[in-house]
Design a protein around this ligand. Structure first.
Ligand code: F6P
Length: 520
């Protein structure tokens, strides 16, 4: 069974949605709310510790029905089943897509169970001090060396779960920028630092360059035989890892059926398990699994990722919104947007459909944002009064972790007030002058979660993973490959050749030649 390959614009529901759009595009949510007291309750979903309020969207009940019909017509149910049953749905790379299997404790794959056991044992030994550095001292600092999916997920989760962290300090080296590497090494003690080199392919230029630089830095004061106590690796490419000099018992495997940007649930999350302890890491996985089950088994009309995806399609393809914004009202989630940018934009930035044809409709959304309330004092002006329609996801938690009531009240008040201001604007009241007019009618989703825990964070991340998958299915694209990043990698190699040879003339483009002439 492969994925359905239906051009969404040829479906009956797409034509119906186009007609429906024309009839409601100028209507005001403010009026809908005034005339329909049951709207908020009807357009919301309660699921475990999650509450999604999607009532503040430019939609009517008919819009939701038509969007769900669209999902049915493009074969979403078949696609979900194909993914979860391990079909080769990443056709262009001939791979299954089974990051969900990494968190399915009910029917766990033997290799996943073995990997989790290895993660558990390693994280416990590090945390308890049983794992010693070469000179017999316990480890105090863990440094993750990786980029893209081998960096963003673990970094984001370690930050998000700061409250649950143990005494181990975690650091992330990602950029091939040598200044970043040297700044990261500053203050680290070789005797008590452990490096985790994370690269699915173990061929990524940035990660290998950084790993070699760090290894040389380590060997400035340590011996070759000390490497075993200070370097471990996570990869599918066992051969390349062992030729780097890492002993086989220090290699944590991963598999080609786990895409890089969906890999934090595998041993790529080793730094997370070290930082918050294995039990919390397992809770993160279980939270994600809960969302997997919700996504797999809930009717589309109550299915959080499906509803979010369809709303996004509505704005992207009918309102022609250029981007969407994500604003978590929790400073712990300050790296969430950067993480989601890779997940969403690397997955759905495609212009060839699943039949291999060029696409003539909009696909991948541009995703951006940052934490509230900070964002209110930065870019919210443009969302309120600018000329662009930007749907926003507001994410917030009912309870704070330290119980600072005064702060929590203000945080939540701001979050809810912003969604209301975006909805209502100055509509129905006299604005003092034209500069103070707010049109309102700006769409938002509010995702209210009881508390930030490893479990709820796992569910939240999985929610966005499934959302982007649904969007890809509707747009008839392959969400799980990323050919677009390959050309840049190839050209970087050619350009590096020109730089190393001190030969700008060998660059193939005149602009590059001029730039090289300025720098060489
Ligand atoms: O940028 C492309 C990419 O392949 C990402 O998809 C991936 O997460 C990243 O590079 C890192 O790859 P690797 O883990 O193989 O080093």
């Amino acid at each position: 069974m492969s994925l359905p390959k239906i051009d969404p614009t040829t479906t009956r529901s797409w034509s119906d949605l186009s007609r429906h759009f024309e009839s409601i595009k100028d209507e005001k949510m403010q009026d809908w709310f005034r005339n329909d007291p049951g709207r908020a309750e009807r357009m919301s979903v309660n699921w475990k510790e999650f509450y999604l309020d999607y009532s503040k969207n430019r939609i009517t009940d008919e819009t939701v029905d038509l969007l769900i019909k669209l999902a049915e017509e493009v074969g979403l149910k078949t696609a979900i089943n194909a993914q979860f049953s391990g079909e080769i749905i990443n056709e262009t790379e001939q791979r299954a897509v089974l990051h969900t299997a990494l968190r399915d404790f009910n029917s766990i794959k033997p290799e996943v169970a073995a990997s989790l056991e290895k993660i558990r044992s390693f994280a416990n030994r590090l945390e308890s001090g049983e794992w010693k550095g070469a000179t017999g001292k316990p480890i105090t600092d863990v440094v993750n060396i990786g980029i893209g999916g081998s960096d963003l997920g673990p970094d984001m989760v370690c930050e998000a779960l700061r409250y649950y962290r143990n005494h181990l300090n975690v650091h992330f080296i990602s950029n091939v920028d040598g200044d970043h590497v040297m700044e990261s090494l500053k203050g680290l003690d070789r005797e008590t630092t452990l490096f985790i080199i994370v690269s699915k392919t173990f061929t990524t230029q940035e990660t290998l360059t950084n790993a070699h630089t760090v290894r040389r830095w380590f060997l400035e004061a340590c011996e070759e035989q000390d490497v075993a106590s200070h370097f471990v690796a996570v990869s599918t490419n066992l051969e390349a890892v062992s030729s780097f000099g890492i002993a086989s018992e220090n290699i944590f495997p991963m598999w080609d059926w786990v895409g890089g940007r969906f890999s934090l649930w595998s041993a790529v999350g080793l730094s997370v398990a070290c930082a918050v302890g294995y039990d919390n890491f397992e809770s993160l996985l279980k939270g994600a699994h809960g969302m997997d089950k919700h996504f797999q088994h809930t009717p589309f009309s109550e299915n959080i990722p499906v509803l979010l995806a369809l709303l996004s399609v509505w704005y992207n393809n009918f309102f022609e919104s250029e981007s969407e914004c994500i604003v978590p009202y929790s400073q712990y989630l300050n790296k969430l947007v950067a993480y989601l940018q890779q997940g969403i934009m690397e997955s759905n930035g495609k212009s060839t459909d699943r039949n291999g044809n060029r696409i003539d409709y909009q696909t991948g959304t541009i995703v951006w944002g940052s934490t509230g309330t900070n964002a209110q004092h930065a870019f919210f002006q443009l969302i309120h009064q600018g000329t662009k329609l930007i749907p926003v996801d507001f994410i917030c938690f009912s309870e704070s972790l330290y119980g600072k009531t005064d702060h929590q009240n203000k945080l939540l008040a701001n979050c809810f007030a912003q969604t209301e201001a975006l909805l209502q604007g100055t509509y129905g009241s006299e604005a003092e002058n034209s500069f103070k007019i707010f049109d309102g009618n700006k769409p938002t989703n509010t995702i209210l979660i009881e508390r930030l825990t490893p479990k709820s964070l796992g569910s939240l991340i999985a929610m966005y993973e499934h959302k982007l998958f649904v969007q890809g299915i509707v747009w008839n694209i392959f969400s799980y490959d990323q050919w677009g990043v390959e050309l840049g990698k190839k050209l970087a190699k050619n350009t590096l050749g020109a730089i190393e040879a001190g030969n700008p003339a060998s660059a193939s483009n005149s602009s590059t030649r001029s730039l090289l002439n300025k720098t060489l």
